[in-house]
Design a protein around this ligand. Structure first.
Ligand code: 13P
Ligand code: SF4
Length: 352
């Protein structure tokens, strides 16, 4: 399979960092966004990894801050005619596929995801054609074209349940694109999975040896990990789950100290949910030249008050998601299956 792409050589042109706003610029920008949201009958749908200012604004204005599954659900159920999706491009595309009648704006369309970039539609379709007897399950972190080639879309919050179900039906699976999540799901379910080999550049950086040393420093701390992290980190964790499930776990656990192996943006919500607990980021290669991301997604960081304001003011090709009808209809089916499957799972609790 990896004849198509050498994942070890993959490198990405990271966006430049945004200049932070002053307090008075932030205030002005927030006021302007609030007026624009009202004028456009729009609501903000933000991911947990976005900047705390963005998450706070989404909350203040009746929008949502959520994991990728909940973002998709919220956007579909909310009556606003415009959704401002603060996250990365696949999240905006998912919103458009599910809600063609709504205008979907993004702070920038340049917010990529290494999993999406690591699974281009053409080689992926060729790979599927070579294994046409297998059911194709793709993670939400993919382009509309890759979703259109799939039988199912899934997010990390229901991945184990869905693969377990498909396995119980005797189905063999193609899983794409995240190899760590694919590996985790395979080990949890024992299903027959052929896995695409892309990774998340943020989660791939968490280091098990350093994490073990950290645990010695904080022996009473619980460890929470997103399943896009390497297997050794996931195996060492007390709780593994989607961003939403990790926040829930932080609330439910009795531990006062919590080490978290996922993107730093999640601390805003975790600290809000548990003001008395102490949170620590799991170690990466360190804040040095050896760390590519330092637990911070460079594309999520492109969402700011300023870029949200720009999106609402300018709209057009730089900010609006357009997907042609034929592609949209094909990508809709596996996404709709995901939402129905999720609705039928009684409890989406985190997995210990
Ligand atoms: P969640 O579905 O857990 O929100 O994850 C999305 C993501 O991009 C993780 O890196
Ligand atoms: Fe993609 Fe990783 Fe960023 Fe999530 S954190 S959007 S998986 S690059």
């Amino acid at each position: 399979m990896s004849n198509f792409i050498d994942f070890n050589l993959a490198s990405y042109p990271f966006p430049t960092k945004l200049t932070p706003l002053t307090a008075s610029e932030k205030k002005h920008c927030k006021q302007s966004i609030k007026l624009l949201l009202e004028k456009r009958n729009a609501v903000i749908v933000a991911h947990y990894y976005t900047d705390p200012d963005v998450q706070a604004l989404a909350e203040e204005t009746g929008g949502c801050v959520a994991d990728s599954l909940e973002m998709a659900r919220f956007g579909s159920l909310h009556p606003a005619s415009t959704l401002v999706v603060a996250g990365v491009r696949f999240m905006g595309e998912t919103a458009k596929i599910l809600n063609p009648e709504k205008k979907i704006l993004m702070p920038t369309l340049k917010a990529e995801c290494s999993l999406d970039l690591g699974c281009p539609a053409k080689p992926f379709a060729e790979f599927c054609d070579q294994h046409s007897e297998r059911t194709v399950v793709v993670y939400a972190n993919t382009s509309a074209a890759v979703k259109a080639r799939a039988d199912w879309v899934v997010t990390s919050s229901i991945a184990v349940e869905l693969i377990d179900y498909l396995d119980s039906q005797g189905q063999k699976i193609i899983w794409a694109p995240d190899r760590h999540l694919g590996n985790y799901v395979q080990r949890k379910t024992g299903a027959d999975i052929l896995c695409w080999q892309a990774t998340c550049i943020v989660h791939d950086e968490f280091k098990i040896q350093a994490l073990k040393k950290m645990k010695m420093l904080y022996p009473d701390a619980a460890i929470l990990a997103h399943p896009e992290s390497p297997a050794a980190v996931v195996d060492f964790a007390d709780v593994v789950g989607s961003t939403g499930q990790l926040i829930q776990a932080a609330q439910n656990l009795s531990n006062q100290q919590i080490i978290v192996a996922t993107e730093k943006g999640i601390f805003y919500k975790m600290q809000q949910a548990c003001p008395d607990k102490s949170f620590y980021i799991a170690p990466t290669a360190g804040e040095s030249a050896f760390c590519r991301t330092c637990a911070h997604c460079p594309w999520m960081a492109m969402n700011s008050l300023k870029t949200i304001e720009q999106g609402l003011k300018k709209e057009g090709e730089l900010h609006e998601i357009f997907i042609n009808d034929e592609l949209r209809e094909r990508a809709f089916k596996p996404l709709e299956r995901m939402l129905s499957f999720a609705a039928n799972i009684k409890s989406l609790n985190y997995k210990c």
